[in-house]
Each structure stands twice: as structure tokens, then as C-alpha cells.
Design a protein around this ligand. Structure first.
Ligand SMILES: C[S@@+](CC[C@H](N)C(=O)[O-])C[C@H]1O[C@@H](n2cnc3c(N)ncnc32)[C@H](O)[C@@H]1O
Length: 211
């Protein structure tokens, strides 16, 4: 029987952690109130992010690309009390939805939003992060890689979304595809980290920073 990637993805999602009622409500609002609900990581990748937070014992997380706050809330739900998640975005409209839903969650107080270009925000942040999740403008992926690896604590985890860019990385013609492909090559050759690229959804790169 030929494998159907869409059916298999639905099967994976159905057999992974079910998003909380808060996340389900936020996903519904994102579909109703934005033009680009496709930008959400969705339930399957959220379940992966949650496990990565738990397994890495992360207490301080940086996210680049907030949108309506879905992935931030998914991770914050499993951050321990006193944990902190800083998330960066340039869009005041989508992040207004994020703020509204975080305020309704008992985990929302762990999240801080920084509005502005992420590379500028990064230069203002002190201290190391246990986990960093990159999910923003694709042409900046090589710059995000270079900015984020030094900000990871030893033993910390860098997670990058959309490293397939819908398959375009196999034949990278567009500027975005060339940038994502370049970052993938930088990651693979980077001796500061150990990488594994997962074929979850649109491709998820995991990079563990050596101690
Ligand atoms: C794919 S969405 C993030 C989705 C989110 N991680 C989730 O799953 O809920 C990408 C976001 O990156 C933001 N973005 C684009 N350019 C940016 C920049 N230079 N700095 C920070 N955020 C940026 C966009 O406004 C958009 O909200």
C-alpha cells in the first residue's frame, strides 16, 4: 500500500498529545480572525515542542515568530513555575490575539512578548537560553542561526521550523528557499552543535549545543 504523507500526518497527530482546551480555542480564533492560520505549528508539532521542553528541562526559552501565540502557549504550558518564555514578533495585530489568549491561561504569565524585528530584540537580551525555537521570516534563517547558537546554554536545544520550506530546499530557486537551505548546510557543518533533521510536518531541525 503506498504511503500517503497527509494521512500519516493525521494519524501521527491523532496518536499524539491532545492540545489543551486553551490551545484549541486559540487555533479556532486564529482561523476566524487571521488570513494565515497555516502559519500555526499545529497540534502535532506542538506536542513535539512540549516534549522537547520537558526532556530538556528548559526553564528559559526564546521564540522567534509569535504570530497568534499558539506555539508559545503550548511550550509555556509545560514550563515549570518560575520558567520564562520570551517571544519576538513584528506584527501588532496577530500578537494582540496572542496576548488575549495568554491572559486567559494560567500559564500566560510565563510569556513575555517583544515587538520588533527579532534580530534587534536579540541584541538587547541578556543571558543564555535553554531552548530556542525559530519560526519566523525565512530569508533571515542564516542570520537567526548565527545569532542564536551563541545564545544557547551548553546542552541547550535549538529547534527550527519549516526547514523543508514545502520541499523547495531540494531545488532552492527562491530567495527564501536558498536562505533556508543555506542555514541547513550551516547547521550540519557547525561543530558547536549536534543536529537531527526530522520529517515532521514541514521539517523540524533539532540542534543540541555541545557542552
Ligand atoms: C509562522 S509564524 C509563527 C507561528 C507561531 N510560531 C505559531 O506556531 O504559533 C511567523 C511569524 O514571524 C513573524 N516575523 C516575520 N518577520 C519577523 C521579524 N523580522 N522579527 C520577528 N518576527 C517576524 C511574522 O509576523 C509571523 O507572525
Amino acid at each position: 500500500m503506498p504511503l500517503n504523507p497527509n494521512e500519516l500526518e493525521a494519524y501521527c497527530e491523532a496518536h499524539s498529545h491532545t492540545p489543551s482546551a486553551d490551545l484549541q480555542a486559540l487555533e479556532k480564533a486564529t482561523h476566524e480572525q487571521t488570513d494565515m492560520p497555516i502559519m500555526l505549528v499545529g497540534g502535532l508539532e506542538a506536542s513535539l515542542l512540549r516534549l522537547l521542553v520537558r526532556l530538556s528541562h528548559a526553564r528559559r526559552i526564546l521564540e522567534i515568530g509569535t504570530f497568534t501565540g499558539y506555539s508559545a502557549l503550548a511550550m509555556a504550558e509545560v514550563l515549570p513555575a518560575g520558567g520564562e518564555l520570551i517571544t519576538c514578533d513584528v506584527n501588532p495585530e496577530s500578537t494582540a490575539i496572542a496576548r488575549q489568549f495568554w491572559a486567559q491561561s494560567s500559564h500566560g504569565e510565563k510569556i513575555s512578548l517583544k515587538l520588533g524585528p527579532a534580530l534587534e530584540t536579540l541584541s538587547t537580551l541578556d543571558g543564555a537560553f535553554d531552548m530556542i525555537f525559530i519560526d519566523a521570516d525565512k530569508t533571515a534563517y542564516p542570520a537567526y542561526w548565527e545569532a542564536c547558537v551563541p545564545r544557547l546554554a551548553p546542552g541547550g536545544l535549538l529547534v527550527v521550523d519549516n526547514v523543508f520550506l514545502g520541499g523547495q530546499v531540494l531545488q532552492p530557486d527562491s530567495e527564501a528557499a536558498q536562505a533556508v537551505h543555506r542555514m541547513n548546510q550551516m547547521a550540519q557543518a557547525d561543530e558547536r552543535v549536534e543536529c537531527s533533521m526530522l520529517s515532521v510536518r514541514d521539517g523540524v531541525l533539532l540542534a543540541w549545543k555541545k557542552r
